[in-house]
Write a protein that binds this ligand. Structure first.
Ligand code: ASP
Length: 286
């Protein structure tokens, strides 16, 4: 039997992988483990950068980015600048399974979600509205939480490998801004022969290096999951030493079920479930 494991970005990833673990431990699929795990973060009102209650854009509207990828079939579903639905990962999964296309954006993504029977929901919490008002009053004031993405990678008992991610993106972003998360290869990537990876941090930097794809390619070429994450970040810094303090973070799962993570921050955390209790692990700057 394949190793069953789930890893997710940030400390809030712990509750997400706990859900994934329940699914995987009872023979469930990696695709369900990724979607339902990410749904936990999307619906958690305490997480202010993912799903309901995330961070609005510069006009006060919530625009979500999310994507999912199957490492065996290479099927993908992605939505960018989606409004009106608090579980964008579920809409991304519907794109993957029910749409002839791979990626939908804006009004088209919203129309597709409606056609698929998703009910329009309130996405702004009172807290989101409050943070937006504070920012409008003083655009130089940095709110405590500016962004963060849930990226979740899971392998099931059949050996299936799936990656997914979901975010409201950069707080107060220009309307229409698309980050790394919904871009296949940037915010996430999965290939059963090499591994899976997901990124979080400044998407405007992450997407320039297709960091998740690069992490998977490093694993294909023999790096462990940990080395692959570190080597992507090392390449980024080698080419841009002036960005040594950039917010760039990666998690990875190799094809044989080993995990890794790396960061340019002083510290980064991820949630891990590998058969027992979900736990949180921290990573120091490389
Ligand atoms: N990468 C996300 C974005 O740029 C934000 C984050 O993960 O912190 O939209």
């Amino acid at each position: 039997m394949a190793k069953i494991i789930a890893i997710a970005t940030w400390d809030f990833g712990k509750a997400a992988v706990a859900k994934s673990g329940e699914i995987l431990a009872t023979g469930g699929t990696a695709i369900d483990a990724v979607e339902k795990g990410i749904n936990v973060a999307e619906l958690d009102t305490n997480i202010v950068s993912v799903g309901y209650g995330g961070m609005p854009n510069a006009t006060g509207e919530m625009e979500f980015d999310a994507a999912i990828m199957n490492g065996r079939t290479h099927a993908v579903g992605s939505v960018a600048t989606l409004t009106g639905y608090s579980r964008p990962i579920s809409v991304a999964r519907a794109v993957m399974e029910k749409c002839q296309h791979s990626m939908l954006v804006g009004d088209g993504a919203r129309k597709f979600a409606t056609e698929q029977g998703f009910a329009i929901e309130e996405t702004l919490s009172e807290e989101s509205k409050k943070k937006y008002s504070l920012w409008l009053a003083d655009k130089n004031a940095k709110p405590e939480f500016m962004h963060d993405t849930i990226g979740l990678l899971a392998m099931d008992c059949r050996g299936e490998l799936v990656a997914g991610c979901s975010t409201s993106g950069m707080a107060f972003k220009h309307p229409g801004r698309v980050g790394d998360s919904p871009l296949i290869g940037s915010g996430l990537y999965a290939d059963i022969e090499a591994g899976a990876a997901a990124a979080t941090g400044n998407g405007d930097e992450i997407l320039k290096f297709c960091m998740s794809f690069l992490t998977v390619e490093f694993m294909r070429n023999g790096d462990s999951a940990m080395q692959a994450c570190q080597n992507v970040i090392k390449r980024f810094v080698a080419q841009h030493p002036e960005k040594i303090n950039e917010d760039v973070n990666l998690i990875a799962l190799s094809a044989d079920g080993h995990y890794g993570a790396a960061t340019l921050r002083d510290s980064f955390a991820f949630g891990l479930w590998d058969g027992a209790q979900a736990r949180c692990q921290s990573v120091k700057r490389i």
